[in-house]
Design a protein around this ligand. Structure first.
Ligand SMILES: [Zn+2]
Ligand SMILES: [Zn+2]
Length: 206
């Protein structure tokens, strides 16, 4: 926890003078993947922050943008998908200890506070990334997905790719054949077993 947190930005220069501002540009290397089960900004990726810090009456307003590239897979065909994200960042960090008076209603969301003169942007950026990511990423909007019978990518298949639908009665017969085949296999195994063990337990009574 004591390691340098790259998301911590000093607001010291602003001196709590409303209207004073400065810009911050920095690249943060992601340490924990950010995202959902199907698409993330992976660990090791960079998030570029282009921010403006402005002192206001109650705190420091951080606005600007963050850009990053997310990696995932298409939920229909499982092809790799990458998404360039551009996120709007807007967060007001309250000066420490100034919120008791203003936050009365439970509806009022408590603002993040400056840690001394430091704005820790990690939660802000993580939330913005997670919100921007799709839950159902697609390689392309009209991705046809995979064939439900043979599993090939329909985008690669010949037009009108389809399988002959078996007559249900034939399907039943085919299933029966599988069962019989399996039984034959089991019988073969059984004979081998009894031959090698001399069938103990068959003449126990008497
Ligand atoms: Zn796809
Ligand atoms: Zn198919």
């Amino acid at each position: 926890m004591t390691e340098t947190n790259p998301y911590r930005v000093s607001t010291h220069d602003l001196g709590r003078r409303p209207g004073s501002m400065r810009t911050v540009e920095l690249d943060v290397v992601v340490t924990e993947p950010m995202g959902n089960e199907v698409i993330v900004v992976p660990a090791g990726a960079e998030i570029s922050l282009d921010l403006r810090l402005e002192a206001v009456m109650d705190g420091v307003l951080v606005t600007g943008s963050a850009t990053a590239t997310a990696q995932g897979e298409c939920v229909r065909c499982l092809d790799p998908v990458s998404r360039d994200l551009t996120l709007d960042v807007t967060e007001l960090f309250a000066y420490p200890g100034t919120q008791q008076d203003t936050v009365r209603d439970e509806d009022d969301e408590e603002l993040p506070e400056l840690d001394g003169e430091i704005a820790d942007l990690e939660t802000t950026i993580t939330d913005a990334v997670v919100l921007a990511l799709p839950f159902q990423p697609l390689c392309r909007p009209d991705c046809p997905g995979l064939c439900s019978v043979c599993g090939i990518r329909l985008a690669d298949a010949e037009p009108g790719h389809a399988h002959e639908q078996l007559d249900p009665r034939w399907a039943a017969l085919s299933a029966l054949r599988d069962v019989v085949g399996a039984a034959d296999d089991a019988q073969d195994d059984g004979e081998q077993d009894s031959g090698s063990t001399g069938a103990p337990g068959t003449g126990g009574r008497g």
